[in-house]
Design a protein around this ligand. Sequence first.
Ligand code: P6P
Length: 335
Amino acid sequence: MKHTTLSRFLIEQQRTAGVLPAELRLLVEIVARACKAISHSVNRGVLGGVLGSLESENVQGEVQKRLDVIANEKLLEANEWGGHLAAMASEEMETIHLIPNRFPKGEYLLLFDPIDGSSNIDVGLSVGTIFSVLQAPASSATREVVEADFLQPGRTQVASGYAIYGPQSLLVLTVGTGVFEFTLDREVGSWVLSDSNITMPSGTREFAINMSNQRHWSPGTTRYIDQCLAGSTGPIGHDYNMRWTGSMVADVHRILKRGGVFLYPADSRTGQGKLRLMYEANPMAFLIEQAGGAATDGVTPLMDVAPSKLHQRIGVVLGDKAEIERIRGLATSEG
Ligand code: P6P
């Protein structure tokens, strides 16, 4: 089988008129290379001294895993010198990361969750890296980048993707021309195209939610899940299956490949959900919409939400378009 590497794929995308400027192609290649290095660390596990927690907490108030910090460093180091970025932001860093003065500044902003699902690392389950790319405001070329430059709706993303470090290491990417999957060929060290123009299967009766939060849900969420659990004897008239991996990247990848829905809704505890808008919800929403699905906060498309804070959290409901519409209907009919 003729293998198309990521580099060849990106050059061919660049040749398509108006898609993938050279600087953006370079950015995607560098992020992909950093994800290769992260994959190597993840797969070495205890042999690489990457397991376990640190004494520190991140800006989210979560205990940092060793690999959170290692992956964050790999992404910062890989992207500082290339001249394609104006600044970076990470789940693991409270403030934005400016490009050191000794390096040229570029026109893009990179946001990432270096290791998503890190609680799974020590027990051998899939984790991933999520990234989102925005265009820096033109005005930032003549001044220092500030946090407000990052606060753009997800609709303005020029690229997004994730790497999933599981049975295989996969890179799933969109630059606005569809969703493409690459599998890491460890012997050669290349990301090889393994699925093109991914279209999410529709009609799959499978939901992903953390059921232990049930007492905190809104009436709309409760009603939807009750209908799923009622199965063929209930109003939907079909039995449903359930999955919850504790790793958004793994749940979203499953949904991209075989359909279903993922819910981490805003609930009564904080009213805003657990997942972060800028570097988890928005990049996943871009991929899901590009694959023919829908992604909302339960009602509003995620990529239409105007961000107010870099680390803001939001409810996330994504996947099968018809199911997302059903969930929206139940949320709005609750008054
Ligand atoms: P819970 C991982 O910590 C994460 O941010 C997502 O990857 C995942 O979907 C969710 O949180 C899991 O949350 O409350 O089920 O542990």
